[in-house]
Ligand binder design. Structure first.
Ligand SMILES: [Zn+2]
Ligand SMILES: [Zn+2]
Length: 295
């Protein structure tokens, strides 16, 4: 079976043999090439080539495109600090009023979002035949956190929620149109309020395009089911007692998660931002990948 089919099978809740690994990489590929992120970020040719090479090097079954949650804030007018270590940092944010004035279609033509789409189109031609192409987006509250300065925690008024959701739905549609096989929506906190309308629309679009949907909660104390509309949920640690219909993914965390391979994890996510030391150490990461495949 192709690696890509194993990923899709795992996301459909079926055991695909050894659990396939979906990497969330961007800084990792820059580090491996000893390049600064800014020298790669705007050029789809080396980005596509290096994503493909990194996937081959470690034997990942998927290619995550692209693990930088500053892409949409940048397109929406935030200013990035490219000298920050590891990841570009959002140096200046926009106001809620500016967000309300955004035109989603225009935003998605700015910054690096067109680069992301071009990378997907290029990878689709060769690497994407055998490996699953996985788009990466923040969920609405996580995008709000990075877009807007000085918001009350947990506060998101309806009009702002609708605008941010619109932007994300348009972004998702474009990722789907350009050929992703799955999308992973990243949440920086577990307790981000009711996401009902957004989740329903996002799931509908994914179904229409035949794209698998994954919700990824980065909270260490995840206690929510996170929308049964998605095909799969990824947590830092698998938690019992949550909706068993949701496919269980888990995050690859050093060696200790190897036990998880025999523990009901259908697939893994390797997140360079949670495991930066592992991401910087190709020898150790390869060893880990070999252990997973051998188990
Ligand atoms: Zn948050
Ligand atoms: Zn959670």
């Amino acid at each position: 079976m192709k690696d890509k089919d194993r990923v899709l099978q795992a996301l459909a809740g079926r055991n695909a043999g050894t659990a396939p690994v979906i990497p969330l990489s961007f800084s990792q590929i820059c580090h491996l090439q000893q390049m600064e992120p800014i020298d790669l970020a705007y050029d789809p040719t080396p980005l596509a080539n290096l994503l493909q090479q990194t996937t081959q090097l470690f034997g990942f079954e998927a290619i995550g495109i692209l693990n930088d949650l500053a892409i949409l804030p940048e397109a929406a007018g935030c200013v990035l600090d490219w000298d920050a270590p590891w990841k570009p940092r959002i140096a200046s944010r926009v106001t809620a009023e500016q967000v309300l004035d955004l035109n989603p279609a225009q935003v998605l033509e700015q910054g690096r979002f067109p680069v992301v789409l071009e990378v997907i189109r290029r990878l689709k031609v060769v690497a994407g035949r055998d490996r699953a192409l996985v788009g990466i987006l923040p969920e609405p509250f996580t995008l709000r956190d990075s877009l807007i300065a000085e918001m009350q925690p947990g506060y998101l008024e309806v009009s702002l929620y609708q605008k941010i959701s619109q932007l994300l739905i348009e972004a998702l549609r474009k990722l789907c149109e350009n050929g992703i096989d799955a999308v992973i929506m990243v949440a920086d906190h577990c307790t981000h309020g009711d996401q009902g309308p957004f989740v329903q629309t996002a799931a509908k679009i994914c179904k229409f395009f035949g794209v698998k949907s994954i919700f990824y909660c980065r909270s260490t104390e995840c206690s929510q089911s996170h929308g049964t509309a998605f095909d799969a949920v990824v947590r830092l640690e698998p938690t019992d007692g949550l909706d068993s219909k949701i496919r269980r993914g888990t995050v690859l965390r050093g060696r200790k998660d190897l036990a998880g391979a025999q523990n009901g994890a259908l697939f893994y996510v390797f997140d360079e931002d949670l495991e930066p030391d592992l991401a910087r150490d190709p020898g150790q990461l390869r060893e880990l990948m070999e252990l997973i495949k051998g188990s």
